[in-house]
Design a protein around this ligand. Structure first.
Ligand code: G6P
Ligand code: ZN
Length: 544
C-alpha cells in the first residue's frame, strides 16, 4: 500500500478549462492549493485504473518544473502505475500527444499556455489530454470544472523531487517515473510520414531555410530534425533553446511577433523558406521568399498536395477546418471529391473525426495544422509537409501559392483582434448582435447584402453532441462573410475577434492587397456590430 497524504482544501473560483485547458497568470497557479485542486479534480474525474500510465510534459515555461514535481507526487497518490515525463520537463504538445498514443497511456497533463508569454508575471496553463492523445472533450472538461467547485481535499505522497534532467527511471512511492528523451520518439514518427531522402536531396542542391523556435519548445525538435536528420546548415534554427520566459518574447508565430522572420523573408537575403512555431510547438507560420501564406491557405495547399508525402499517399479521407477558417480548403475538398467538415474553434473538435477516420488533415485560421498522426495540431509537422511538397514539386512557396489560386481561386482573409477589452462591454457587443441577427438578412451594407446571419452551432457527426454559440456569422450574397467571436484563450479581459473573408475566382484579381479586397467587409462589420462604440477602439490591436 502506498502511504497517501490527504491535504484539506477548499474550492477556488474560476477553474473552468477554456479552449485549451486552464490558463491563468503564474501568480494564480502559485496560490497554495490552486494547482493541486485542479490536478486533483482531473484525477477525480478520470479515475486512473490499475496499471494506468500518465504522460507529463510542458513547454518549459516558468513554473513548469514546480508543477511537474507536484503532479508526479499526486499521480503516485492517485494510483497511477507509471509516469512518463520529458527530460527537463519538456514535451511539445504534439510530441506529448504522440507519446500518449505510442505508450498507450491513459492520458497526459500538458503544461503550457501555448503562445502566451512566460515568466513570473505571465501565463501558465494545464491541459488534460485523453488516451487518444487529444485534448479532453467538453464532457470531460465540464466534469472537471464541476469537480473543482466541490473539491475538499487533494492527495499526495511524501517524496523528494526527482531529477528531471537525467533520462532514466526512478520509483516514487511505488510508482515508476521514466524521464524520457522528449525528441526521439517524435522525430522517428516524422521520418515515417515524410520523404526525408527527397528533402535531404533538395537541401544538398542548395535549399535554405530559417526556422524561428521563438525561445520556446520546438528548438530541440527543430535542431534534431532539420539540422541533424535533414542536413540543413547549422544556424538554420534560431532562438532554439527553450527559455523560461521565451527570452522575453511573445512566442506567437504571426507577422507581429515573428516580425524579424517576416522582414528577412521579404528582403533580398531571404532563404527559400521561413517558418516559426509557438510556445508549445503546435502552431506554425509559413513564409516563402516574398510570400506569406495565411494559415487558411496553408491548410488548403497542404491538403491539395498531401499525396506527395509517403504516409498520406492514396488515403486522404476528408478535410476539416474550424468555422472561422477560410473556405479555401472547401474548394480543395470539392475538387478531390472528399468530404469537408466545419467545426467550432478548438482542436478538440477534430478528435472524433480523426478517430473515426473521417478526416486525414485539419487546420485552423489560428495557425494550426495537423493530421491523424497525432491528436493535436503540429507546427513542426506542417513545416515538414511543406518541405516534402517543395522537394517533390521542385518549385518555391510562391509558385505553389500562385498555381493553387489559379486553379481554385483565392480566399482573401484577415482577422482583426481587439485585445484586453472590458468583458462586460465585449459581452454586450456579442449579445446585442445576437439579438439582431434575425433582422439582418436582406439588409444592405455598402455593396454587400446579408444572405444569412446566424450563431454557429455544431452537431458532432460521430457522437451527436451539440456545441452551440460558437461564433456569430454574417454571410453576404457575394459569398464573402464576417464572423464575430470572443477568444477562449485570453487571461485578461476579453478579446474580440473579427474574421473577414472574400472570394475571388480563378478569373479574378489573384494578386491584390488583402486589406483592399476586404474593405467592404471591414466597413460592414463596423456598421453591423458597432465595434468602435462597444470597445472604445478606433482600430484593431492586431491584424493577422
Ligand atoms: C488554441 C487552440 C486552437 C484554437 C485557438 C483559438 O490555440 O488549441 O485549437 O484555434 O486556441 O484561440 P482563441 O483565442 O481564438 O479562442
Ligand atoms: Zn500552442
Amino acid at each position: 500500500m502506498r502511504h497517501v497524504v490527504t491535504m484539506k482544501s477548499t474550492p477556488f473560483e474560476g477553474q473552468a478549462p477554456g479552449t485549451s485547458g486552464l490558463r491563468k497568470k503564474v501568480r494564480v497557479f502559485q496560490q497554495p492549493g490552486y494547482t493541486e485542486n485542479f490536478i486533483q479534480a482531473v484525477f477525480d474525474v478520470v479515475k486512473p485504473e490499475a496499471g494506468a500510465t500518465l504522460v507529463i510534459g510542458g513547454d518549459g515555461r516558468f513554473h513548469n518544473r514546480t508543477v511537474i514535481q507536484q503532479a508526479i507526487r499526486m499521480a503516485a497518490a492517485n494510483g497511477y502505475d507509471r509516469v512518463l515525463v520529458g527530460q527537463g520537463g519538456i514535451l511539445s504538445t504534439p510530441a506529448a500527444s504522440h507519446v500518449i498514443r505510442k505508450y498507450e497511456a491513459s492520458g497526459g497533463l500538458v503544461l503550457s499556455a501555448s503562445h502566451n508569454p512566460g515568466g513570473p508575471d505571465e501565463d501558465f496553463g494545464i491541459k488534460y489530454n485523453i488516451t487518444n492523445g487529444g485534448p479532453a472533450p467538453e464532457t470531460v472538461t465540464g466534469a472537471i470544472h464541476e469537480r473543482t467547485k466541490t473539491i475538499d481535499r487533494w492527495l499526495t505522497v511524501e517524496a523528494d523531487d526527482i531529477d528531471l534532467d537525467a533520462v532514466g527511471e526512478t520509483v516514487v512511492v511505488g510508482m515508476t517515473v521514466s524521464v524520457i528523451d522528449p525528441v526521439a520518439d517524435y522525430a522517428d514518427l516524422m521520418e515515417t510520414l515524410f520523404d526525408f531522402a527527397a528533402i535531404r536531396a533538395m537541401v544538398k542542391s542548395g535549399f535554405t531555410m530559417r526556422f524561428d523556435a521563438m525561445g520556446a519548445v520546438t528548438g530541440p525538435y527543430a535542431h534534431e530534425i532539420l539540422e541533424r536528420r535533414l542536413g540543413l546548415a547549422a544556424g538554420t534554427v534560431v532562438n532554439g533553446t527553450p527559455l523560461e520566459d521565451f527570452g522575453g518574447h511573445h512566442p506567437d508565430p504571426n507577422l507581429i511577433h515573428a516580425k524579424e522572420l517576416y522582414d528577412l523573408m521579404m528582403g533580398a537575403d531571404a532563404p527559400d523558406l521561413g517558418a516559426a512555431s509557438d510556445g508549445d510547438g503546435d502552431r506554425n507560420l509559413i513564409i516563402g521568399r516574398g510570400r506569406f501564406i495565411t494559415p487558411s491557405d496553408s491548410l488548403a495547399m497542404l491538403a491539395a498536395n498531401i499525396e506527395v508525402a509517403p504516409a498520406y499517399r492514396g488515403r486522404l479521407a476528408g478535410i476539416a477546418r474550424s468555422m472561422p477558417t477560410s473556405a479555401a480548403a472547401d474548394r480543395v475538398a470539392e475538387a478531390l471529391n472528399v468530404p469537408i467538415f466545419e467545426t467550432p474553434t478548438g482542436w478538440k473538435f477534430f478528435g472524433n473525426l480523426l478517430d473515426a477516420g473521417k478526416v486525414t488533415i485539419c487546420g485552423e485560421e489560428s495557425a494550426g495544422t495537423g493530421s491523424d498522426h497525432v491528436r493535436e495540431k503540429d507546427g513542426v509537422w506542417a513545416v515538414l509537409l511543406w518541405l516534402n511538397i517543395l522537394a517533390a514539386r521542385g518549385v518555391g512557396v510562391d509558385a505553389i501559392a500562385r498555381e493553387h489560386w489559379a486553379r481554385f481561386g483565392r480566399n482573401y482573409y484577415a482577422r482583426h483582434d481587439y485585445e484586453g477589452i472590458d468583458t462586460d462591454r465585449a459581452n454586450a457587443l456579442m449579445e446585442g448582435l445576437k439579438a439582431r441577427l434575425g433582422e439582418l438578412p436582406g439588409r444592405g451594407f455598402g455593396p454587400l447584402t446579408v444572405a444569412v446571419a446566424d450563431s454557429f452551432s455544431y452537431t458532432d457527426p460521430v457522437d451527436g453532441s451539440i456545441s452551440a454559440n460558437q461564433g456569430l456569422r454574417i454571410l453576404f450574397d457575394d459569398g464573402s462573410r464576417v464572423v464575430f467571436r470572443l477568444s477562449g484563450t485570453g487571461t485578461q479581459g476579453a478579446t474580440l475577434r473579427v474574421y473577414l473573408e472574400s472570394y475571388v475566382p480563378p478569373s479574378g484579381d489573384l494578386d491584390a492587397e488583402t486589406a483592399a479586397m476586404l474593405a467592404h467587409q471591414i466597413n460592414a462589420a463596423e456598421e453591423i456590430a458597432g465595434i468602435a462604440e462597444h470597445t472604445g477602439r478606433a482600430a484593431p490591436d492586431v491584424i493577422t
